[in-house]
Design a protein. Structure first.
Length: 256
C-alpha cells in the first residue's frame, strides 16, 4: 500500500472544472473560488454562465465534450483538471454515447495536447471488472452502461502521461460538507460501501490535486458508515490560496 502522507505540490494557477454545472461541480467551484487563482468552468449551456460565476467560476467556457468545438483554447494555460461529468438515467434510454466515456476521452486527448499537469476524475464505486463491492451490483444493475463508460474513461486517464487521481465515491448525497472521508486504494482489496456528500467529494478532489502520495492512484471513498476494516488516520494537503497548502485529516481503510 502506498504511503498516503507527506509532501505537497503547489496548487494550480488555473483549474479547469468539467461538469461544473452539476451538483459536485458547483461544490468544487465553491471550494476552489478562494483557493485557486483562476477557476475556469465548462458547461454545455451558455444560459448557465451567470450561475457558474455565482458559484465561484472566474471564467466560463461553453462547449460540448461529446461534440467539442475548441477544447484546445478552453484548456489554454490550464494546470489541472477536475472532471465531475456524469450522465443521467434518461441518457441511458436515449444516448448511444456518454459524456462519462467518449466525452472524458475527448477531454483527456485535449489535456495531453495542452500540456495539463494533473487530471482528477470523479468516477463511482463499482466501476471496472471487480464486482465484489456490495455497491457494484446495485450500480451496475441500475446504470450499467454508464459504469462501463466510466471504466473506459478511467483506462484512458491511466494510460495518459499526466499525473492523475481517480476517485470512486459511494452513493452521493446533497448533504452538507462534514470534512469526514474514508478512502481505500482499489488495489488494497478493501471495498467500501456507504454514502458521501458531493461537498465532501469536492474537498477530497481538491486535496488530491496537491497531495503527491495521492497521484496516479484510484480510490474508493465514503463518509458513512465507518468501514468494517482497520482504519488509520493520516493527512492530505489542501490548497489555501497564495501558493500554500494546509493539512486536512483523511481516514485510510486497510487490512490488518
Amino acid at each position: 500500500m502506498s504511503d498516503l502522507t507527506a509532501g505537497s505540490y503547489a496548487p494550480p494557477q488555473t483549474l479547469f472544472v468539467a461538469g461544473a454545472s452539476g451538483d459536485t461541480g458547483r461544490a468544487v467551484l465553491r471550494l476552489a473560488e478562494s483557493r485557486i487563482p483562476t477557476v475556469r468552468a465548462l458547461t454545455r449551456s451558455g444560459e448557465k454562465r451567470s450561475m457558474l460565476h455565482q458559484a465561484g467560476a472566474d471564467e466560463v467556457v461553453v462547449d460540448n465534450l461529446l461534440d467539442p468545438d475548441d477544447l484546445g483554447s478552453a484548456l489554454a494555460d490550464v494546470d489541472a483538471i477536475i472532471s465531475t461529468v456524469g450522465s443521467t438515467l434518461s441518457d441511458i434510454r436515449s444516448a448511444d454515447r456518454f459524456v462519462d466515456g467518449a466525452g472524458t476521452r475527448a477531454l483527456v486527448d485535449a489535456a495531453l495536447s495542452a500540456g495539463v499537469d494533473t487530471f482528477c476524475m470523479e468516477s463511482a464505486i463499482g466501476v471496472g471488472d471487480d464486482s465484489s463491492n456490495p455497491l457494484a451490483t446495485v450500480f451496475n444493475t441500475i446504470i450499467g452502461p454508464i459504469q462501463a463508460a466510466k471504466a473506459d474513461a478511467e483506462a484512458a486517464i491511466r494510460d495518459a502521461s499526466f499525473r492523475h487521481v481517480i476517485l470512486r465515491p459511494g452513493v452521493l448525497t446533497n448533504g452538507p460538507r462534514t470534512d469526514i472521508a474514508t478512502i481505500a486504494e482499489t488495489e488494497s482489496d478493501i471495498h467500501l460501501w456507504g454514502t458521501i456528500s458531493r461537498a465532501d467529494v469536492a474537498r477530497v478532489l481538491l486535496a488530491a490535486l496537491v497531495t503527491p502520495a495521492a497521484q496516479n492512484n484510484t480510490f474508493e471513498t465514503i463518509s458513512v458508515p465507518r468501514p468494517m476494516a482497520d482504519v488509520s488516520n493520516t493527512t492530505w494537503e489542501f490548497p489555501t490560496g497564495a501558493h500554500n497548502t494546509e493539512k486536512i485529516p483523511i481516514s485510510v481503510a486497510h487490512k490488518s
